[in-house]
Design a protein around this ligand. Structure first.
Ligand SMILES: [Zn+2]
Length: 319
């Protein structure tokens, strides 16, 4: 999946006062991945070098410093690849600037012709190409990289964050839900497991109110079964209800869940002290995940879940 739309960075050679943005992005990116910036992008004639960066390599013979000439080509607005005519006399330019290697920093891809020219330089000088995919893959997997993205790709990163929600930082500690059976963190798993809500079987008495005895969360499958069997074994008077935790982590479902719990409470439904404490702890843990927009997938799911009435086993939040 492509996250970053490089068209967010203004085209070069347009006198908007922003013509250097792509070069500034190259500087910030290369510095982020560990290069030391020797000469900054500047607006004058560049003599074929947009930037010069340096790399320290430590080997058995001590430290070697490699100087890299960086050439930036921002062609994503035209969508064209970088061709040999865009990138002439590479070797001469590298030598003229006293560099040892060449870095192509491109918002599209090098053309086949340019790739062949670079290939031909093997053995004479080192080269590397950062194309849009390579740049993106380095950036979106770290928080410092994401900070750079926010500066240069604010629209792309907003859309990406909406669809890759991470918990909001609102409590001192990271949210946690530990499986009651195996003690694994449920938020670390792709499937966030289930929450079980055990309530007393009806004795068919008049004015009888529902009473919740236990609220627990586990991994789906085996842990869920183990706990269910254990509770059924000691309490034949209880019935279990359950919800998918990933459903409750959806903002719309979460708040409806809170509301229906409050309504039930007012209607006389009771909880054991432990069940009530657990329910509160659960809601607090899930809350950081729901302080956000719905993802595109969730928007669809909320629509579907809302259509299934409660008596049919749906979440039944319409009532
Ligand atoms: Zn488990």
């Amino acid at each position: 999946m492509t996250v970053l739309d490089f068209k967010e960075i203004p085209e070069a050679h347009i006198a908007s006062g922003l013509q250097d943005t792509f070069e500034l992005f190259a500087r910030d990116f290369l510095s982020f991945i560990g290069y030391k910036i020797v000469t900054d992008p500047d607006r004058g004639a560049d003599g074929g070098a947009d930037l010069i960066v340096q790399e320290k390599r430590t080997g058995v013979g001590g430290e070697t410093v490699i100087r890299w000439l960086v050439s930036c080509k921002h062609k994503s607005h035209s969508g064209k690849s970088v061709s040999p005519t865009d990138e002439t006399n590479i070797r001469d330019r590298v030598e003229a600037h006293g560099c040892d290697g060449f870095i192509g920093f491109y918002s599209t891809l090098p053309s086949t012709g340019l790739s062949a020219n670079l290939e031909g330089l093997k053995g004479k000088l080192e080269y590397q190409v950062f194309d849009h995919k390579k740049i993106e893959s380095q950036l979106v997997h770290s928080s410092r990289g994401l900070e750079i993205c926010e500066r240069y790709f604010p629209i792309s990163i907003d859309a990406w964050k909406t669809n890759n929600p991470s918990p909001a930082r609102i409590f001192a500690e990271a949210p946690s839900l530990i499986c009651k059976v195996c003690s694994k963190e449920l938020f670390d798993q792709d499937d966030h497991g289930v929450i079980q809500l055990w309530y007393k079987m009806s004795t068919k008495q008049e004015n009888e109110k529902q009473h919740f005895e236990y609220v627990y969360w586990t991994c789906r499958g085996r842990c869920d079964d183990v706990l269910t069997q254990a509770i059924r074994g000691k309490r034949s008077d209880l019935i279990d209800g359950w919800e998918d935790i990933s459903d409750v982590m959806m903002p719309t479902i979460f708040i409806k869940w809170v509301m229906s719990t409050m309504n039930e409470h007012r209607g006389g439904v009771t909880y054991s002290n432990e069940a009530f404490d657990n329910l509160k702890g659960f809601m607090l843990s899930v809350f950081p995940y729901v302080c956000r927009d719905l993802t595109e997938k969730e928007k669809e799911k909320v629509k579907n879940l809302g259509m299934i009435p409660a008596y049919m086993g749906g979440l039944g939040y319409e009532s």
